[in-house]
Design a protein around this ligand. Structure first.
Ligand SMILES: [Zn+2]
Length: 319
């Protein structure tokens, strides 16, 4: 990222002199404002000679307001960049610009800084738009900065406030969206969690055991979790982890891989247990024809969990 912080800038003339180095850039000014009761930010597009201010939650810091302003500026560029491939975002927040310049990433890093970097990279790589950032001192009379400041203050002093509960709702939705995006990336790009993904479409936001209080004990949860993840202590899986020498079933002594599918549907050692399981599944699905013939399809319906657990308990004991 190209972030220009010149500590020698102290007057309006200094700033204009510096800005004159970027005549082929389109200027976008950002500013944040915080009073006792409100926090807001604004962006001002110098070319359009117009801007907009937004009020945000009154508990947020001025740092956050300034960072959100930069993020909003990047969003503005994404929407309005037609024909302009070079933009200069001008901010008077030294702390935000310094955080953006810092490449260390840890738990204390404000997530907005990460979003700013992500958005900047997105503009550069996908939209071919180059964005630079520049610090200017506040209140020295630079027009764009004054306008952004005015807009932010004007909205800070307006009477409408956003209730905290709205922000909580927004944050919840946002974190779920981010998590789902991450999940989809893992499944679709990295091909991870495919077993789990086949029967969790769309992915839920509550764990399966929230739905019922009638389940048994820890062993029950362990068994069902292993079925749901598709990782268990059967030879087929243990062999892949190089824990056992053979992937074959040692219950029926066949040359067949001891997988979940084998145990549930084919292993000749558990015919009686399978009949009991089928009876219980027919009870759930109404008819034998409607009973799914794969573990993943059975796991879609949480009513099958107790019969599946009982089958494991009465056949291999544990998985
Ligand atoms: Zn077997």
């Amino acid at each position: 990222m190209n972030i220009i912080i010149d500590h020698n800038l102290s007057s309006k003339e200094d700033v204009y002199c510096k800005l004159s180095e970027f005549t082929d850039y389109r200027f976008l000014y950002t500013d944040g404002s915080k009073t006792e009761s409100a926090v807001s930010f604004a962006i001002f597009d110098r070319l359009l000679n117009s801007g907009i201010g937004y009020k945000i939650n009154s508990n947020t810091s001025i740092f956050t307001a300034e960072a959100v302003a930069i993020l909003a500026a990047l969003k503005h560029i994404k929407l309005k960049n037609n024909g302009h491939h070079k933009w200069l975002i001008v901010s008077d927040s030294m702390s935000v610009l310094e955080s953006m310049r810092n490449n260390k990433f840890n738990a204390n890093t404000n997530y907005l800084i990460s979003l700013i970097k992500e958005s900047w990279l997105d503009l550069l790589t996908i939209h071919n738009v180059k964005v630079k950032f520049m610090w200017v001192p506040s209140h020295v009379g630079v027009l764009g900065n004054e306008r952004a400041d005015f807009l932010a203050r004007a909205i800070t002093n307006s009477s409408a406030t956003v209730p905290d509960s709205n922000i909580v709702t927004l944050l919840k939705k946002r974190s779920i969206d981010i998590w789902k995006r991450h999940w989809n990336y893992k499944v679709q790009i990295e091909n991870k969690g495919l077993w789990y993904a086949t029967y969790n479409v769309p992915i839920g936001t509550f764990p399966w055991f929230c739905k019922s209080s009638s389940y048994f004990n820890r062993k029950f949860y362990t068994t069902i979790l292993r079925l749901r993840f598709g990782h268990c202590r059967l030879n087929y899986h243990l062999f892949r982890l190089k824990i056992v020498h053979s992937p074959y079933c040692d219950h029926c002594n066949s040359q067949v891989e001891q997988s979940l599918s084998h145990i549930f549907f084919h292993c000749s050692s558990f015919g009686i247990q399978r009949l009991v399981l089928m009876d219980e599944l027919i009870e759930i699905y109404g008819s034998s024809n409607l009973v799914p013939r794969s573990i993943q399809d059975l796991l879609v319906n949480s009513l099958t969990y107790v019969p599946l657990y009982k089958f494991i308990h009465n056949s291999v004991g544990q998985i």
